[in-house]
Design a protein around this ligand. Sequence first.
Ligand code: SF4
Ligand code: SF4
Length: 385
Amino acid sequence: MELAELVARRPYPAAGLLIGLTRRCPLRCAHCSTGSDPSTREEPDADRLVRFVGTFTEEDRPDVVLLTGGEPLLLPALAERLSALARRAGSRTALLSGMFFARSGNRRGGRAAVVPPSIPPPIPPAVLRAIRGVDHFSASLDAHHEREVPRADVFRALHRIQEEGVPVSLHLTGTGASDPYLADVTRAVEREFGGRVPCLVNEVRPFGRAAAWARPARTAPDAGAVSPCSMAAWPVVAFDGAVLACCNQDTVDRRPVPAHLDLGHIGVDDWATVRRRTTESPVLRMIRTVGPAHLAARYGSAPPAGSYCDGCRALGGDAAVAAGARAVAAGAAGALLDLTAAVREARDGAQGIVRRHGCAAYAPLVGAGAARPGTGGRTAPRDVR
Ligand code: SF4
Ligand code: SF4
């Protein structure tokens, strides 16, 4: 599975499932959205996760499961088990890593060592088994990561993973289109991999450790503005096993979960229940089609306050909003409305999605990857429609 296929499924409700395997991470990146570090031990119960993913069936399962963290490869046996279970039902799995295992310093008792570029890194066997088990492998890379794991080490590890036949990509983060780091690193990726490794380029968001200095992603909405949120499409398993309808880390970490974003818990619910709550909730359908600001302005008992997401979270306890959403978005008409919004969001494929939600200037890089015949192994960006 190439990166563009995964991204192109993002607008479709319950087409994917995000699982945070652990908040723990051996690295300490300054911009970490989950506030991860080596000492954090917050993670969902492994047996419950296995049970939950075991409830996928061929008829009812997400298309894509994304294993994240923290660092999911701190639990390689669990990642391997979940991928195998998901695959048995027909789901494909992707994994996003911070690449701690690629550090060349790892080879000599933690001391940095100069490693010739031609020598592939010895990936620990359990980690390599977990990587072989997924359908797509993504590595995080940006200026903060590079202070933890050198770029050359990440590139060497990606070459090694490609040798295993696993499609790879890079998740790059910068401050925006004019960030010189992004220009430099994307040139380096092109030089190193000849256009065969796609990149998802995002801007730093003010969550976790980045909250102190990154600029907000979305500020207070105009009253009544139609501004759909497609981040409410894929369920997210949080580190305490709660399942939420939103992947905004700030929302994922808050307790109690706002009622309209609460999809259940892996300890008691199965995938079919979570999928049904995701796709059939009238409030979620309205958030995905017109957005929280419009919903609040149209039906809310109080004017929306704060940021875009503050306004959304405040909808949870508002009975008037729930009733208004039910009147418009329940039943078959609501399902059609929801599907129409997803199709519209996906109309320009993965590139269109990244143009709207990532760093637009680098959107074409999401489509690099599969080599076309006659291009000498190099690729032109491809559309995924
Ligand atoms: S690798 Fe990822 S999870 Fe780990 S500290 Fe860095 S940003 Fe956070
Ligand atoms: S809090 Fe609401 S508006 Fe914000 S990302 Fe989550 S679902 Fe979307």
